[in-house]
Design a protein around this ligand. Structure first.
Ligand code: AMP
Ligand code: GLY
Length: 439
């Protein structure tokens, strides 16, 4: 089968790497891809928003399956455009249509959905542009910290966790007043603050059956010790010691099952990945957000652990037979660290030569913000690449990952040095005698 993968980040590089291992794959095309994905398929330089160009590519290359990495094309209706096109009949899209993508595209919709289906989440109230006064008044009934969220897609910048009322009021003024985030903040949610530790859970579904994928922990802040501004994610580990059998059984029963059942009962078709961003509050999972795709960099730590053929799971979606497929997972721990350009998530330079990739041994390198310039790999984004490695336990996975990350260099290379360390401090992740010496 010929497959088209949409996207250009580390997540898509990991997907391309995994799909290329399948005997069920004939040709893999990636639009637009990055210099890392060319090792696993053919990059096609088209604008995925240009439906005519996309449909021509699908027809010309006899593509039978379109795998959508990021959320924006799904929220914009890519799935529906392909499904409605008579010339593209029989093309499977991995990723939901517009209706299902609202779980990510509208936080208010997601919250209302969770309320309808008794899925545990923080209490909330939503306010429109003309309700600034009500929103400000509502704050007075709450205690710090305050959680203020833009309703729409905001590239990870739509949430303000305010330590005091003045900061919360400012956030409401900025969002509802149109100063920050544009249309994404036409509606705003004020949420109850959940105190706990976050974990990312994933499932794959054909709309009827679903299979859980391994959970991962993401490190969203730029600085060690979870300091500084939020980023797309600076590293990930999988599995997560505290997301043990008992916790994951709660995720399955209280969140995954009612979510898939809820989608069905509301007549919302959903095929692809569902990412459940969770807060573990004293051993109980609460949904912070849904995403309708895999995570980046979680994917870079999860897919290396997936022993099963990903194409086989995708074929399960195409033929509505996912219930008959198996998800086989490597028990070992995989850790991924993102090497970023200094300045990210603010301003940063690009075009810096990236060296040392051939030195990496026993680890995977997934590229994201890179480009080829005259035969030289150079930086071309905030998150440049991620390095992922296994270890017999969390400690050794971290050591292997950082040892390999140290071999890669570019001017302004910046990264967190403490990916997974919080989990090492918890007894479930600790190995006696091993020492951690990461730079
Ligand atoms: P989101 O974009 O919804 O994932 O939110 C971004 C970050 O804000 C999350 O990763 C959490 O760290 C934090 N956050 C969001 N909602 C809450 C909440 N209700 N309570 C505490 N922290 C939250
Ligand atoms: N790493 C978080 C995300 O992909 O949204």
């Amino acid at each position: 089968m010929n497959v088209l993968l949409i996207g250009s980040g580390g997540r898509e590089h990991a997907l391309a790497w995994k799909l290329a291992q399948s005997t069920l794959l004939d040709e893999l095309y990636i639009a637009p891809g990055n210099p890392g994905t060319v090792r696993h398929g053919r990059n096609v330089d088209i604008d995925v928003k240009d439906h005519r160009a996309l449909r021509q590519l699908i027809i010309d290359k006899r593509i039978r399956m379109v795998v959508v990495g990021p959320e924006t094309p799904l929220v914009d209706g890519l799935h529906d455009r392909i499904a409605a096109d008579p010339q593209l009949k029989g093309v499977t899209v991995i990723g939901p249509g517009k209706a299902g993508a609202r779980l990510e595209g509208s936080k208010e919709f997601a919250k209302e959905f969770m309320l309808r289906h008794n899925i545990p989440t923080a209490a909330f109230r939503a306010f429109g542009k003309d309700q600034l006064a009500e929103a400000l008044a509502h704050l007075k009934h709450l205690h710090a910290p305050y959680v203020i969220k833009a309703d729409g897609l905001a590239q990870g910048k739509g949430v303000v966790v305010a330590a005091d009322r003045r900061e919360a009021e400012q956030a409401l003024h900025d969002m509802l007043g149109g100063k920050s985030l544009g249309q994404a903040a036409d509606r705003v949610l004020i949420e109850q603050y959940l105190k706990g530790i976050e974990v990312s859970a994933f499932l794959i579904t054909d709309g009827e059956a679903f299979k859980m994928l391994p959970p991962a922990k993401d490190y969203k802040r730029i600085g060690d010790g979870d300091t500084g501004p939020n980023t797309g994610g600076m590293g990930a580990v999988s599995p997560v010691p505290f997301a043990d059998k008992e916790f994951m059984a709660k995720v399955h029963d209280r969140i995954a099952v009612p979510t898939i059942r809820g989608l069905r009962s509301e007549g919302i078709p959903f095929q692809g990945f569902l990412f459940m961003g969770l807060m573990n509050v004293d051993g109980d999972p609460y949904v912070i957000e849904y995403n309708v795709r895999l995570g980046d960099p979680e994917t870079q730590a999860i897919l290396p652990r997936l022993r099963s053929d990903l194409m086989d799971l995708f074929e399960g979606i195409a033929t509505n037979t996912l219930s008959e497929r198996h998800v086989d997972v490597d028990d070992r721990t995989c850790a991924a660290v993102v090497l970023a350009s200094e300045g990210y998530p603010g301003k940063y330079a690009t075009g810096k030569p990236v060296v040392g990739l051939p030195l990496v041994q026993g680890a995977l390198v997934f590229q994201s913000g890179t480009a080829m310039e005259g035969g030289q790999l150079v930086t071309n984004g905030g998150r440049v690449l991620s390095v992922a490695a296994f270890g017999k336990d969390l400690e050794h996975a971290i050591l292997n990952t950082y040892a390999n990350a140290a071999l890669i260099d570019f001017e302004g290379k910046a990264h967190r040095t403490d990916i997974g360390h919080d989990l090492l401090r918890s007894p479930a992740g600790r190995t006696e005698g091993a020492k951690l010496d990461v730079k």
